[in-house]
Ligand binder design. Structure first.
Ligand code: G
Ligand code: G
Ligand code: MN
Ligand code: NA
Length: 253
């Protein structure tokens, strides 16, 4: 596979970078953290979407080294921004294939400690597909990373193999409501009803909620009125490269 071969070389060739998208307080718009999104720009080509290359990295096993690079880069960038006075957290996507060995708790501790970062400032976004794997090792991993102070968000909530019993049995800090529910919540009564139900469920379970894919002021307002505290989406900012993200932060300094 040509893409797989090129992806193997991408790290050494410095073709990978992270873009940063703010996660904000819905009421004030204040950025509280950022999601790190991997970007690959091979020489003499445009960007290749992670939707294309992440599955290749997962099936080839390359996701381990790629994922480690993402976490180290995210932490370095976060430490830099914290030193500049921006009190933020970093949220990184973790593939199910990386759990548990690719994101070993003691390795995470080492990376953050070396940079002087509090574990609370690192969020690991996992998807519901973790619950379709070895539940015992996932469960042990979750408990260990959270006991060390790292936070875990359940990403793309509502689109995967979600069984509500997982919310009951597995310790999580927040769920990220997938953008498919937010997209039509203003026009479609059923989508709004689903959002309401998810928010009520999470309130009962003491789970925080981040709404994804917020593109309009009306969506922000509705979500905020329904008691959703955090959000992310193009309304606030697209995922941005370092300097553009710093410009964004500057506006809230
Ligand atoms: O940013 P964008 O919409 O292009 O991302 C597409 C998909 O790729 C999303 O599902 C996102 O979670 C995933 N993705 C982006 N960066 C990473 C990463 O560093 N690791 C993993 N595992 N997935 C990522
Ligand atoms: O799967 P995950 O939630 O990690 O991926 C987030 C993806 O959603 C990223 O690829 C990001 O570029 C994209 N995204 C972020 N905000 C918006 C938005 O407001 N609208 C749309 N359509 N996509 C968004
Ligand atoms: Mn995500
Ligand atoms: Na998501």
């Amino acid at each position: 596979h040509r893409l797989e071969r090129d992806l193997k070389l991408a790290l050494a060739r410095c073709e990978l970078s992270l873009h940063y998208q703010p996660i904000v307080n819905l009421k004030s718009g204040q950025p509280l953290g950022f999601e790190c999104l991997l970007r690959w720009q091979p020489a003499e080509q445009g960007f290749i979407s992670p939707a294309t290359f992440i599955p290749i990295a997962e099936s080839s096993g390359l996701i381990r080294s790629l994922g480690a690079w993402v976490i180290e880069m995210a932490c370095r960038q976060l430490a830099h921004w914290q030193k500049r006075g921006w009190s933020l957290y970093a949220s990184v996507n973790v593939s199910t294939r990386q759990i548990p060995d690719g994101v070993a708790p003691d390795w995470l501790l080492q990376v953050t400690q070396n940079l002087g970062l509090a574990p609370e400032c690192l969020v690991l976004e996992v998807t519901e597909s973790v619950f379709a794997t070895d539940l015992e090792s996932v469960s042990n991993w979750l408990r260990e990373v959270r006991a060390l102070g790292f936070r875990v968000y359940l990403d793309d909530f509502g689109t995967g193999y979600s069984s509500l019993s997982y919310l009951k049995n597995f310790p999580l800090d927040a769920v990220k409501v997938d953008q498919v529910f937010v997209r039509d919540m203003v026009e479609q009564e059923r989508d709004l009803a689903l959002i309401r139900a998810i928010l009520a469920l999470c309130q009962e379970l003491d789970l925080q909620v981040v709404a994804e894919g917020i593109e309009t002021e009306v969506q922000r307002q509705r979500l905020s009125n329904l008691g959703c505290t955090y959000g992310q989406g193009y309304l606030f900012s697209r995922p941005l490269p370092v300097s553009a993200f710093e410009d964004f932060l500057q506006r809230y300094a």
